[in-house]
Structure formats: structure tokens, C-alpha cells
Design a protein around this ligand. Structure first.
Ligand SMILES: [Cu+2]
Length: 498
């Protein structure tokens, strides 16, 4: 294993790819080098709107094997949905009844979970909705939510990490009349661009290298090379002055702090659950696994700019010890993709000053507060592969951890009692962040969210309401979205009861 990896790194090095760290992350920092490398046209997933049949929008999806060429002529065995790697962008409208028909053509069981959607628990695609090989599962429900960028991915218990890594993920757009009326860039692939960010590691033969070390399982799987929509060294030709980027952190474990190399301003217009009240000016944005952001970027003729990761400010504490050192050593700057304008750049297009009023709840409506403490047991517990849990308990498919009355407004207080950050995700709902470490959230976190990053030692309170669907027997999940942590048991189950 080590030999293979060393050979790959050697080959990469010979090809001019700079090795940034002893831990082996491959990236390119110098603008000169980047220009010669980042020239692969950004792949765009197919847009799938399905067909209307009996007042239902029917979307056919098929999980299957494929081969993908990420690195020159070497091919990588991958898994995809209606294709070799990743899946189509599913596009539906608020108020529609949808039926997602998922056929599993893999030789192992899998699931497809609709991340961020409000839906009946039995339609959620979580660990209880297993699709056996050769079988078709239909997930049918009404879309209650407004315009937003959601996504979908495998949620197979103990296999989520590897199945998503191999390619079982895609985007899920919802449109509504209010967002239509804002006249935002919305021409798919022209000025409305999906960016699925993923980091991957490869063996010398081109195959993916997944979670081979203790470190991969403990920190979560970090890759050596960036893929955007499955494109390595991606290059996008910008057509319009004002371009909307819908960014998904679809990585298993890596947290990005995104900025443009020239540190230009951009406007964040949406969080996980939809549009913000008004655009928020930013120069960098942190996105943890599972999180989405929609941003508007203004380009000028002649622009040639990298989107890159900038290391986060160090937040070291004595308790972080070895793990803190590992995290710091791994956090180097690297380029993600390149944006180059075409000579006939058209526009400009106006940025609206007001967007929508996102759903909110008042603390005075709260029926109860629940606490969730994220645990990582260090030392021997970790060495045995255990120790990942919530409230001191590891995931148990036969245990319900919380019963939430339908329609109640609740505060969920999430405490990170571990030395590293964890993105906490709640199924079936969108919430608002009340406070982070006792302080109000930043302007760009004031919208609806379904995944929130909880830094080491931090306490975050979110407020939400579970609506529309109750089922005392089918549970939804709440969990860490570092997929190796989720697979190792940092997950729990709740039901919504009428
Ligand atoms: Cu975690």
C-alpha cells in the first residue's frame, strides 16, 4: 500500500505537481504552475427534470458501476447514478408531488437519502430504506420547501463513507415563484453553475484509495487531489459577468475555507435551506461536509482567477495534542479550480438588494430544549475503532434516541466535547442558528440550515420545527457529516410523533 502510494506521489512529482505536505496532499499554489494544469473543462452534471405522470413528477435513477478518467489515460473504477460518477442535478418545483424511482444495479445494498428535504421518514432514504441489488425503491412525497440547493447521497449504514467516495451523490434543486421573480442568474451551465467539491486519493493504477489508515478513520478521509463535479484541475469558461455558483461540499471529511486568489468580493445569497434575506458580501466562506452555499460572483473581461482553499486561522488548545498537530499539518493552501472569462462576456445583471424572508421561529414558541453532545473517545477506544457517539452512545438501529411531537418548536443544543470540528446534520428539517458559543451567528449563517459546523469545544443552539410528516415507527437520523464518523457511530435516531 505504501509503495503504491509513494510511486503515485513520485509520478505526480515528476509531472510537476507540487507536494505540499509530508502527509501527501497534492495541490498547486503558484499561479504560473496552476495556469498550465487547470485546463480540464468543468464537467456539468446532466439536468434531470423527469416526466409528469398522473400529477406526479417521476424521476428514474439507477445506481451502477462505471469507469472514470480523472487523471490522463488512467481510469478509476467508480460508482454513479445514471452515469459513471456522481448523479444528475434533479430539478423540481415547490408544491409538486415527486416520485423518485431508484434502481440498485450494484452488487451490494445501498440507499439514496434526500439531504435537506422535509419528507416522510419512510421516504428519507436513510439506513432503514435499504435497496437490495436488483431492486427498485420508490420515494414519493410532496415538496413543501421553497427554492434551494439540496443534494442526495448514499446513507448505507457502515458503508456511507465508501459509497459516497466512489460517487453516490448528486444535487437536488428546488425552484419556486418567489425566487423566479428575483431574476437571479438561472441559466443552468451558463450563469448558474453547480460546483460539487470533493477530495480524492488515488493508487498508482488509477483506482481510488479509501480509508486505509487509522488516521483516515479518525480524522475522516482526506484526499490528495481536488475534483469539482468529478473534474480534476477544473477550468470554467465564464460566459456572463454575473455568475451564480451553487457550491456543495460533497467531501467525506474536508472543511474548505474558500476564497478567490485575488480576494475579490462575492455575495452569498443562499445557505443550505434556501435564499437569505439579503445578499451578504464575503471574501471567504467556510463550508463543512454536507453544507451548501449559493454565491454571486462578478467577473470582468480578462479575468483569470483561481478558487482556492485558504487555511483557517489556527484554534489550538493544549487539549488538542497530537490530533491538533495532525490537523494543522494537513491544512495547507491549495487551488481548487480556475475561472477564465470569454472575450464576449455579457451582462451586467443587477444583484437584488432584498431576497426573501427565510422562515424563522421565536424563542418564546419553544416547547423544549434537547441536548446532544458529540463524543470521540481517544486512546484505546479509538484504536479499536469505537468511541464515536452522541450523548455517550454509539448509533443503534434498534434504539430511538428522541421522540419529537409534530409541530413543536424545539431548540437543539449541540455540544462538541471532542478535539476536532464536526458538522452536525439533522434530517427532515431546516433550522436557524440561534447562537454559536453564546454569540449570534454571522450574517451569512442567518438563513435556513440543515448542517452546522460545531468547532472543537463549541456549543451551538439551533431552533426548528418538525412539520408535515409524522411516523412513530420510522426514524430519521441526526449525525456528524464526516462520513467516517457517521459510519463509526456518531449518529442517532429520532421519530416525529403526531
Ligand atoms: Cu465527526
Amino acid at each position: 500500500m505504501h509503495k503504491t502510494r509513494r510511486q503515485f506521489l513520485k509520478a505526480a512529482s515528476a509531472a510537476g505537481i507540487r507536494l505540499l505536505t509530508p502527509l501527501g496532499f497534492i495541490g498547486i499554489v503558484s499561479a504560473d504552475e496552476s495556469a498550465s494544469w487547470f485546463k480540464n473543462p468543468l464537467k456539468l452534471p446532466a439536468l434531470q427534470t423527469g416526466r409528469i405522470y398522473n400529477d406526479e413528477r417521476v424521476i428514474d435513477l439507477s445506481l451502477g458501476y462505471g469507469n472514470s478518467a480523472f487523471l490522463g489515460e488512467r481510469t478509476t473504477p467508480t460508482v454513479g447514478i445514471n452515469g459513471a460518477y456522481l448523479g444528475p442535478v434533479i430539478r423540481v418545483r415547490q408544491g409538486e408531488n415527486v416520485a423518485l424511482k431508484v434502481t440498485n444495479q450494484l452488487s451490494e445494498p445501498s440507499t439514496l437519502h434526500w439531504h435537506g428535504l422535509n419528507l416522510p421518514a419512510a421516504m428519507d432514504g436513510g439506513p432503514h430504506q435499504v435497496i437490495d441489488p436488483g431492486k427498485t425503491w420508490t420515494s414519493a412525497f410532496k415538496i413543501h420547501q421553497g427554492a434551494s440547493t439540496q443534494w442526495y447521497h448514499s446513507h448505507m449504514y457502515h458503508r456511507t463513507g465508501i459509497q459516497v467516495y466512489y460517487g453516490l451523490a448528486g444535487l437536488f434543486y428546488i425552484d419556486d415563484p418567489r425566487s423566479d421573480a428575483l431574476n437571479l442568474p438561472s441559466d443552468y451551465g451558463i450563469d448558474d453553475i453547480p460546483l460539487v467539491l470533493q477530495d480524492r486519493s488515488f493508487n498508482e493504477d488509477g483506482s481510488f484509495r479509501y480509508a486505509s489508515s487509522m488516521r483516515d478513520r479518525m480524522m475522516g478521509m482526506m484526499g490528495q487531489l481536488m475534483l469539482v463535479n468529478g473534474t480534476a484541475f477544473a477550468h470554467f469558461k465564464v460566459n456572463k459577468r454575473l455568475t451564480r455558483l451553487r457550491v456543495l461540499n460533497g467531501s467525506n471529511a474536508r472543511i474548505y475555507n474558500l476564497e478567490f486568489a485575488d480576494q475579490r468580493e462575492f455575495q452569498q445569497i443562499a445557505t443550505d435551506g434556501g435564499l437569505l434575506q439579503r445578499p451578504v458580501s464575503m471574501r471567504s466562506i467556510v463550508l463543512a461536509p454536507g453544507e451548501r452555499a449559493e454565491i454571486l460572483v462578478l467577473f470582468s473581461p480578462g479575468d483569470d482567477v483561481m478558487l482556492r482553499h485558504k487555511p483557517l486561522p489556527k484554534r489550538s488548545s493544549p487539549s488538542m495534542g497530537m490530533m491538533g498537530n495532525m490537523m494543522a499539518a494537513n491544512d495547507q493552501p491549495f487551488d481548487i479550480m480556475r475561472f477564465e472569462t470569454t472575450p464576449d462576456l455579457s451582462g451586467p445583471q443587477k444583484i437584488p438588494t432584498q431576497l426573501i424572508e427565510p422562515r424563522s421561529w421565536s424563542v418564546s414558541e419553544v416547547a423544549r430544549t434537547r441536548q446532544f453532545t458529540l463524543n470521540m473517545q481517544m486512546g484505546m477506544g479509538m484504536m479499536r475503532g469505537g468511541g464515536f457517539g452522541i450523548n455517550g452512545r454509539s448509533m443503534d438501529m434498534d434504539r430511538i434516541d428522541a421522540r419529537v411531537p409534530l409541530g413543536d418548536v424545539e431548540i437543539w443544543e449541540i455540544v462538541n466535547d471532542s478535539p476536532m470540528a464536526h458538522p452536525f446534520h439533522i434530517h427532515n428539517t431546516q433550522f436557524r442558528i440561534l447562537d454559536r458559543g453564546g454569540k449570534p451567528p454571522q450574517a451569512n449563517e442567518l438563513g435556513l440550515k440543515d448542517t452546522v459546523l460545531i468547532n472543537a469545544g463549541e456549543r451551538v443552539r439551533v431552533i426548528t420545527q418538525f412539520e408535515h410528516y409524522a411516523d412513530a415507527s420510522s426514524p430519521y437520523m441526526f449525525h456528524c457529516h464526516i462520513l467516517e464518523h457517521e459510519d463509526a457511530g456518531m449518529m442517532g435516531q429520532f421519530v416525529v410523533v403526531a
